[in-house]
Unconditional design. Sequence first.
Length: 309
Amino acid sequence: MAKNNAADSQYLWMDGKFTPYSDATIHLLSHSLHYGGAVFEGLRAYALPQGPALFRPLEHFNRFLDSISVMGYSVPYSAQDLIQISHELIHRNGFKACYVRPIAYIDDSVRGLKLPETPRVHTAIAVWPWGKYMGDEGHLKGVRIKTSTFRRADVSSSLPLAKISGAYLTSVLARREATLEGFDEAILLDPHGFIAEGSGENIFIVKNNELITPSIGYLLPGITRDCVIEIAKELGVPLRQENITRNQLYVADEAFFTGTAVEITPIREVDHHTIGNASPGPITQKIKESFFQCTLGEIKKFRNWVSLP
Ligand SMILES: *Cc1c(COP(=O)(O)O)cnc(C)c1O
């Protein structure tokens, strides 16, 4: 039986019902468990004085619905429905701030790879309190990363705009390799050898007071990445999207990861090369500070990024 520890939630939401944690189980023969065809999302709720606010939920749930349609699934919920359900779920768990994990999957009604024309899709949402993804120290002082031997797949056989569970195997193996070698995270190259992204987060570098981030194609274009692009515009920091080589990363003045889980996490070392002076640089700090203000609805221009019930 599923064990509920203090860090977990009391309730999850499954197919229309608020379900106690230990009852939120699926069958061993679920198609998605065997073949990796579940799709998911990840968003956060931040603690505002008025209560927990979801951060850019419309963008997250629209991407969730896109991922669902990429797999040929359909679910009877709109983005607005899922936003409302998330708010209710957070409220029922009494959380002030938390991570939100929507997932859609196929159950045991199908055997073998072939999916019926209209597969039976289940929709669920879990919430849990989640602190700094790479630890408090990594978040403050920066993380150490290594170039992975695993690469992002060629565009012809990958679906980088969707969060599909099976696609995360490469990320899980890259993260494992990096961790076993004593690093905090991996950086994956694209099939041409350019920098793509981390196992579950995008990357930015700073060189000569300009921000550069890899262009889309081999990476999941994160909503946090989009926040940084918008914030940079507001702050007047020039930003380019283009191919980045390993060499450029080694000699960057600053570098940082972006993603819902990592938020903004500075990078202080890549493949044993120190970035800048091994502590978060001024542009990283400024972007990070603005980003967290945005999550609390404190920057007027981006007030619509936060959503209260
Ligand atoms: C989710 C994800 C990101 C970050 O996206 P956000 O929308 O910022 O959370 C980056 N890369 C991968 C592979 C991801 O799955």
